[in-house]
Design a protein around this ligand. Sequence first.
Ligand SMILES: [Zn+2]
Length: 437
Amino acid sequence: MKIYNTLTNRKEKFTPQKEKELNMYVCGPTVYNYIHIGNARPVVFFDVVRRYFAYLGYKVNYVSNITDVDDKIIAEAKRLNLTEKELSTYFTDKFFEDTIRLGSLLPTETPKATEYVSDMIFYIDDLINKGYAYHSGDSVYFRVDKIKDYGKLSNQVLEDLEIGARIEKDTQKETPLDFMIWRKTDEGISFNSKWGSGRPGWHTECATMINSIFKEKIDIHGGGNDLIFPHHENEMAQSEAKSNHSLANYWMHVGRLSLDNVKMSKSLQNVILVKDLLKDYEYQGFRLLLLAHHYRQPVNFSYDLMNQFDNEWQKMKRTLKLAFVEISINYYQHVRYNDFALDDFKRAMNDDFNCANAITVIHEQIKEINKSKELEDKARAYYTATLMLSILGIDAEFKELTTKQIDDYHAWQRAREEKRYQDADEIRIRLTEAGIL
Ligand SMILES: [Zn+2]
């Protein structure tokens, strides 16, 4: 398998640190609002990564954090007259609901930043002891120029970054590029430390949680590509200082989703929330839309595009359903797969998760279902298509037919053959109500 590594700017052969085990961390949301469809992209994509590795027989440890302490949370809690904890708990639950609504599995672990603050304080203290951080004024800062090759993840040269950083004057810092890892706070939740009452910086939260949970270098660190700098660059810098490694072997970044060519943002009021979109559309169509674009490429969302993928999904579902009913009424029990198609599917997925090509393979199986005359061929294509779809987190969700329904189906066919139209009609109504026809 090959994965494009942001750190080296090329596709690399994937080698896990432990055989058949994947340790993956993906930066999760700051929980002060419902998530929008742009936030949904990494939630869907990394779920596919997780499912695919699981399909390949890996034990997957997929950790995604919840940022539950942040200026935005403080401001929003104040506005709504809630405590920060009340607000963040509410939106953490809503985030999990939306994750499930999107057809994604919950990560294997979802650590909250506030639950790891004592670890963060130890982490920061260790950085100070090692000479990589310093207490100055009310805050603690990380000494960026002690990291050689700082900027390597985001492909930036230290000198250029320094020129940019000089504009922002901060007299407490030794050099302008140093970043805050502990800050004094007068507002909102704060924690006691030897540097006074305050809270950790966001970059330190993720670096610490990865260190606390995995204890060692992980295989994949993921997130949106807007996190490459400064967030991931600074996570990596701290890990190099503390543990002498670059935190992750593979850094994967998902491209942005815009709406009618404009970046989605609350201030522009052009945000579509996941929960609202999925009132009007089935999640499967939305997943097809996202996955039909290569994960590193941008997605330009529009309702035209959404309708197009929704139609595609409805057609696919119709074909699958007819095959499912035919398999059920014939009590066909041989689950077999088309190995050639599965190989094509894997080849696409192994090429840096080329889900668009994987979907093309699924479409070929759908065509096969439509044109197969023999039940055996049809069933094989059906099982192959639904297996591949499930790896993409797309489930057709047909309910097993009961014996009574199968008997009804046969009775309906007989009534039609014998031209007993009134009987046929009555049974047809029952079958339609049960969603079988
Ligand atoms: Zn993070």
